[in-house]
Design a binder for this molecule. Structure first.
Ligand code: COA
Length: 319
């Protein structure tokens, strides 16, 4: 099977910035509590933007940076749990907006915050069977539409945003070593669906999710490294789901990873669910921290419960 390489990234965030002091005006909380318990200082909320407009913006940038035209794309996958419509899918609307060929496989994925990792894994498999060799993988959320702004235990955590990646499949691309996992459980984290008579807001047992994350993510990273016959020293950067700074720090500590290899942007965006990993990945590519030929290990966890990890190499010709 052909592997994939990362060729270009993009990201988009709404204009409206909501600080911890703004949150404290809505619910009984404080900048001090949010900062020490989560590492979040601010997040972005959609006003004029939609989930689709964020995804379009990020996808266009990723295609520009990869130097690909719509006709090059064989696969378009969007990871999201907060689309503007249940149907049509976001990926179908991207087909129209980006002018993708009608035989480009367009599909949305629901794996909550692990969605981008599920998307990369799926893109590799689908592209191997596709005559066109480029794929678009987007993670985009207008997550704040799923937040109960009277529940201080959840509303302070989340924000809106999107990140996108163009990947190339080819015999010269290393196989994407991936671990994806699922353990069905609606007790610790769920969002009710349409027709249930309950508003579609996130319900979460924070401590149980925290425990799940600090157990699962290190295990997942270790498994991906083992699968690739690599050690942490072979990885240039670890791009971890930005859910809570304390979770990231625990993972870094448990695995003895060098903190400078584990960048964070949670202070500026909060938890953007499926957008979190591609948003950070884009910042690292755009700043030059992740250079052509370098390897990033991406890992995250989320509702489902789901988790995932993947080792992705930046293509030599990317910028
Ligand atoms: N402001 C002030 N106090 C708050 C608060 C807020 N926003 N939210 C909760 N509290 C209070 C609680 O009511 C509790 O008060 P009590 O002791 O009087 O009962 C106290 O703070 C401690 O609550 P607790 O839930 O134990 O805090 P915590 O240290 O576990 O932090 C989370 C809570 C949600 C930040 C943390 O559990 C977490 O990040 N979990 C993982 C969530 C996650 O990653 N979800 C996304 C999945 S992709």
């Amino acid at each position: 099977m052909n592997g994939i390489k990362l060729c270009g990234t993009g990201a988009a965030a709404p204009v409206k910035v909501v600080t911890n002091d703004d949150m404290a005006a809505m619910v009984e909380t404080s900048d001090e509590w949010i900062t020490t318990r989560t590492g979040i200082k601010e997040r972005r909320y959609c006003t004029d933007e939609t989930q689709l407009s964020l995804c379009m913006d990020a996808a266009r940038q990723a295609m520009d940076r990869a130097g690909v035209s719509p006709a090059d794309l064989g696969v378009c996958l969007v990871a999201t749990i907060s689309p503007d419509f249940i149907t049509p899918s976001v990926s179908c609307l991207l087909q129209r907006e980006l002018g993708l060929p009608e035989d480009c496989l367009c599909m949305d994925l629901n794996a909550a915050c692990s969605g981008f990792l599920y998307g990369l894994h799926t893109a590799q498999c689908l592209l191997d069977a596709c005559p066109r060799k480029y794929g678009l993988v987007v993670g985009g959320e207008a997550f704040t539409r799923l937040v109960d702004f009277t529940d201080r235990t959840t509303c302070i955590l989340f924000g809106d945003g999107a990140g996108a990646a163009v990947v190339r499949s080819g015999p010269d691309c290393p196989v994407l070593h991936t671990v994806v996992g699922a353990r069905g459980d609606e007790k610790v984290l769920h969002i009710p669906g349409a027709g249930t008579g309950v508003p579609p807001y996130i319900h979460m047992e924070g401590t149980a999710v925290f425990k799940f994350a600090v157990e699962t993510v290190p295990k997942c990273i270790t498994q991906v490294l083992e699968q690739a016959h690599m050690t942490a020293e072979d990885i240039d950067l670890f791009v971890l789901h930005q859910a809570n700074e304390r979770i990231i720090d625990r993972v870094v500590k448990n695995l003895h990873l060098p903190p400078e290899k584990c960048p964070k942007n949670i202070a500026r965006y909060g938890n953007t669910s499926a957008a979190s990993i591609p948003l950070l990945l884009h910042e690292l590519c755009a700043s030059g921290a992740l250079k052509p030929g370098m390897r990033a290990l991406l890992s995250g966890f989320g509702g489902g419960l789901t988790w995932g990890g993947a080792i992705l190499e930046l293509d030599g010709e990317a910028h």
